[in-house]
Design a protein around this ligand. Structure first.
Ligand code: N01
Length: 895
């Protein structure tokens, strides 16, 4: 409906003329709402902000408890949209106090004359989408109604305090305070017996200061948290100098960083460092007093690998034991239930040392849970504690609470947001929700938000939303709405990102676990600020992918689809490769391609240590061949895997899949013998196939000399190596041995037909291209030979072959022939299991230390190899996180 017709219809709807008409209504006058208002006005929108509180500030208006400060350095926790604002305001400390942050927000409000469009003491009580007018109608607790074209929730992620969930609170006769709703008047605690319940960031900031005032402080701790000293004071000179030297670059780097603060990305993994080197890094981080630093700068695997993370946990626990004098108290304060960083760590000033004070007692609720609150204090199931004051530092209904609990939101066809989110928040980009047109959330669930420097994420969201509104208006559209496909795709991508991190291993407010009955799932986007920004930009550059826009006279635009289908780390790797502007391998010639790949592989991190790595020579089909043997650290003899590397029969050698062989040797506890078979064009078909067979026979015959277990061997291979492994099994069956207990085929070449859809769908853009495959085939095998089963095993005799485990990757030209081979084996009665690795490319699973989402698949491959060798499977988290898809047994009928 045209805006001119709206006023009449809206006033009719509310039964009077009181409805205020605006283009945009924003809820919340915190960091996000203030910047939004400024940007909306500049873009020519008529906008208002509705704020429940009596002044600006958002979370900083409410959280006034003693010790409240930011925990991102203030030079980073600031607006960056206006260089003049940046120089007009000077922070006094590394981590500003709540009053100073509030003054800053007041300063911003006055500087941009924002106050005149903010309605304070105005709580929205209902928001309904009117399909006819294509506007939102808002009701408020003071009777005012507002009609707006766009409705933006800038309600904050941690602004709806969680009820205490403890019986008897109302019976308590003393004073009760919530850190998240601290009074504006002074709270006098001197000489009083105070209880604090909760040891999250709020409790940990407040406890040392309360202890200084109170006659006695009793802290009730359910879960210990990791905290590190803030070392507050002036902004560190090096960081301030970095910012001052080139402010624009500093800010831009923050926008493209992982957490919204410009620190470089660590590439060294924990096991590449000695104990002393790790300790040195840790001490430096402890001294830096910076959460982002300690969470990102120790070693590359600290946030993604349980072992890499456990090293950090122990170093922090050591600090706690050093500081806290009473060993029992130190033990109670030491977290063991979650990885470092999986639950939000805290920044403190004298927190652990506070427990050395004689007037402080720690009550470990894991040993004596709170039974109830009584008129005089707190009763656990062992003791009672009489107190004068109870401070609840029990946290928030995070991320969704402020959006859902504040008021009902009703979208298209009467859909209620609470219903849509009943099993957890569903969003597209953490910005919008399907069926809720023209509704936006700033730093909503599904965006980096609380896993980032909020100042950076807020500006990015506000800019993105306002830019879209401007474009939508310019194009003459009146509604913009996420599609269900885009939203489902985002949910999948969110889940994929969450699997990379360790957040899945902790019960936290990130996952909704702190609120009884709340749906569980990692709510913030774990893929990082920079990658997220690039995704939002891609949505726009691809014609508003995943959005439906409509306008007058049936105008409509919808470019539907999921924005990210690759695994998050695969997307990053492809992005890095694209930036490197590498030449097409097939343009380099055979020797050139070998030199290139050798050079490229030098940049890989050294593989993980195994028991022993040794080189030797074995007998191939036409002379000696080199091999590399990887032996586990465990006592032998071990079963043997004969492994064939990838490289299109043209390049690669016995060492070129080194990180993979090491990883699999460690996971399986089996010997890997990686064979340097001959290559084309010097040795064309069937040299590789015959070498593969001969090498397997030689290894089987020399198993004992190699320190392996005599008996059947297992074969494995990737890509062209998968082809060699598959062919070896057929030749062994035909030629009467050696005995092969199983075959692991990873993205194998199985056929010379290029007609299958994956050859077209994934022809370019996923590293292995169709053009490169054509080149490989031309170099290795003349067209006349291509139907020979020794190069196209799909055309061979499949009955009675060894059991198989076949892995295919979604974005791989070879995907469909791998699937076809698995199905044909099954149809021939061979036991087959298969993984179709969603979101992966041909080389994903080989990129051991780059593509973490490949861990699950590798863990499953390792278990398959163990099964083939008659070893028990490895279970639990040490087997790796769940793979992108569970392996499934192929029904023989499938073929
Ligand atoms: O809340 P929390 P918070 N009985 O949920 C315990 C940001 N923030 O307000 O862990 C007993 O972290 C609960 O125990 P458990 C920051 O992002 C930033 O402290 O659920 N205990 C936990 O110990 C932070 O992460 C700053 O077992 C109960 C505590 O209460 C986020 O806000 C400052 C309980 C709640 O911790 C939330 O921090 C403050 C019960 N019934 C906050 N219910 C800065 O420095 C809960 N608990 C910028």
């Amino acid at each position: 409906m045209a805006d001119a017709a709206v006023a009449a219809s809206s006033s009719k709807a509310t039964g009077g003329g009181a409805t205020q008409q605006v283009d945009v209504a924003v809820v919340g006058a915190g960091f996000a709402g203030l910047y939004l208002l400024h940007r909306l006005r500049k873009a020519g929108f008529n906008a208002i902000v509705l704020e429940e509180a009596g002044d600006v500030g958002g979370t900083w208006y409410w959280n006034r408890y003693p010790g409240a400060r930011c925990d991102i350095q203030t030079i980073d926790y600031s607006y960056t949209f206006d260089p003049e604002l940046e120089t007009a305001w000077k922070w006094s400390e590394k981590y500003a106090t709540q009053p100073e942050i509030l003054r800053y927000l007041g300063f911003v409000t006055e500087r941009y004359d924002l106050r005149r469009d903010i309605r304070f003491h105005t709580k929205v009580t209902e928001a309904n989408w009117d399909q006819v007018t294509e506007r939102w109608l808002l009701k408020t607790d003071n009777g005012a109604t507002i009609s707006c074209r766009y409705y933006i929730m800038a309600t904050g992620c941690l602004s709806a305090p969680k009820p205490p969930e403890i019986d008897g609170v109302k019976d308590f006769k003393g004073e009760v305070y919530f850190t998240g709703r601290w009074p504006h008047d002074e709270v006098k605690l001197a000489g009083k017996r105070v209880a604090v319940i909760g040891t999250g960031s709020s409790g940990i900031q407040a406890i040392p200061l309360i202890a200084e005032q109170a006659a006695h402080l009793t802290v009730f701790q359910r879960t210990p948290n990791f905290a590190l000293p803030a070392h507050n004071g002036p902004a560190p000179a090096d960081r301030a100098a970095l910012l001052e030297s080139d402010r624009a670059t500093y800010r831009e780097q923050a926008r493209w960083s992982l957490a919204g603060v410009p620190w470089p990305q660590q590439t060294t993994v924990s096991w590449q460092l000695s104990d002393a080197e790790r300790r040195e890094r840790f001490e430096q981080a402890w001294a830096a007093g910076d959460l982002v630093y300690i969470l990102t700068q120790l070693w590359a695997d600290q946030g993604v690998d349980v072992d890499g993370n456990a090293l950090v946990c122990e170093l922090v626990r050591e600090k706690i034991r050093d500081i806290v004098k009473d060993p029992d108290t130190a033990a109670a304060l030491s977290p063991f239930d979650h990885p470092f960083g999986a639950k939000r760590p805290c920044l403190d000033t004298n927190y652990y040392a506070t427990y050395n004070r004689p007037n402080v007692t720690l009550v470990n609720l894991r040993q004596e849970p709170i039974k109830e609150i009584t008129a005089t204090g707190i009763a656990t199931d062992k003791r009672t504690f009489d107190v004068d004051v109870i401070v609840f530092a029990t946290g928030f209904d995070a991320m969704t609470g402020a959006i859902m609990a504040v008021h009902p939101i009703t979208g298209r066809n009467g859909k209620s947001l609470s219903d849509v989110w009943a099993s957890g928040p569903q969003t597209y980009l953490g910005l919008t929700v399907a069926d809720f047109p023209n509704l936006f959330m700033i730093t909503g669930p599904g965006s980096p938000s609380v896993l980032s420097n909020m100042a950076v994420s807020i500006e990015q969201h506000a800019d993105w939303v306002v830019d879209r509104l401007v474009e939508t208006r310019a194009a003459g559209f009146t509604t913009i709405e996420a599609t269900p496909t885009a939203q489902a795709g985002w949910a999948q991508h969110m889940a994929d990102c969450a699997m990379v991190t360790l957040h899945r291993l902790a019960n936290t407010w990130y996952t909704g676990a702190n609120v009884p009955g709340k749906a569980l799932g990692v709510m913030p986007y774990c893929g990082g600020v920079g990658p997220y920004r690039s995704i939002c930009n891609e949505v726009t550059s691809r014609g508003m992918l995943g959005f439906r826009l409509t306008g007058p006279n049936g105008a409509e635009q919808c470019n539907d689809g999921a924005i990210v289908r690759l695994q998050p780390d695969v997307r990053l790797v492809l992005g890095m490769l694209a930036e490197m502007n590498l030449p097409a391998i097939e343009s380099l010639g055979a020797q050139g391609s070998r030199d290139f790949v050798n050079e490229f592989n030098k940049g890989r991190p050294a593989g993980r240590p195994v028991g022993e790595v040794g080189d030797g020579m074995l007998q191939g089909a036409d002379g000696p061949l080199p091999y590399r043997l990887y032996r586990p650290a465990t006592p032998g003899p071990h079963p043997i895997v004969v492994y064939f590397h990838g490289g299109g029969w043209v390049f690669g050698d016995q060492q070129s899949d080194d990180p993979f062989c090491r990883d699999m040797c460690r996971r399986t506890g089996m010997i890997f013998v990686s064979v340097g078979y001959r290559h084309a064009p010097e040795h064309r078909f069937p040299a590789a196939a015959e070498d593969g067979y001969a090498a397997t026979r030689w290894v089987a015959e020399h198993a004992a000399e190699l320190g392996g277990k005599p008996g059947p061997v297992v074969v494995a291979g990737w890509s062209a190596g998968g082809n060699v492994a598959a062919v070896t099994c057929q030749l062994a069956a035909e030629r009467g041995g050696p005995q092969i207990a199983g075959q692991l085929l990873i993205c194998p070449v199985t056929d010379s037909s290029f007609d299958r859809p994956s050859y077209t769908d994934n022809a370019t853009g996923y590293f292995l291209t169709r053009a490169l495959m054509y080149w490989f085939w031309d170099i290795y095998c003349s067209p006349a030979d291509r139907t020979d089963p020794r190069v196209s095993p799909l055309r061979g005799k499949l009955e009675n072959l060894p059991q198989a485990f076949v892995v295919t990757c979604e974005f791989d030209p070879l995907r469909d022939e791998g699937v076809a081979y698995a199905e044909a084996l099954a149809a021939a009665g061979v036991p087959v299991e298969q993984i179709k690795a969603r979101g992966h490319i041909h080389s994903s699973l080989m990129m051991v230390d780059m593509v973490i989402t490949g861990v699950g698949a590798r863990a499953q491959m390792a278990n398959a190899l163990r099964r083939f060798a008659g070893l028990p499977e490895i279970k639990g988290e040490s087997a790796g996180p769940r793979a992108t898809a569970a392996p499934h047994q192929i029904d023989a009928a499938a073929g």
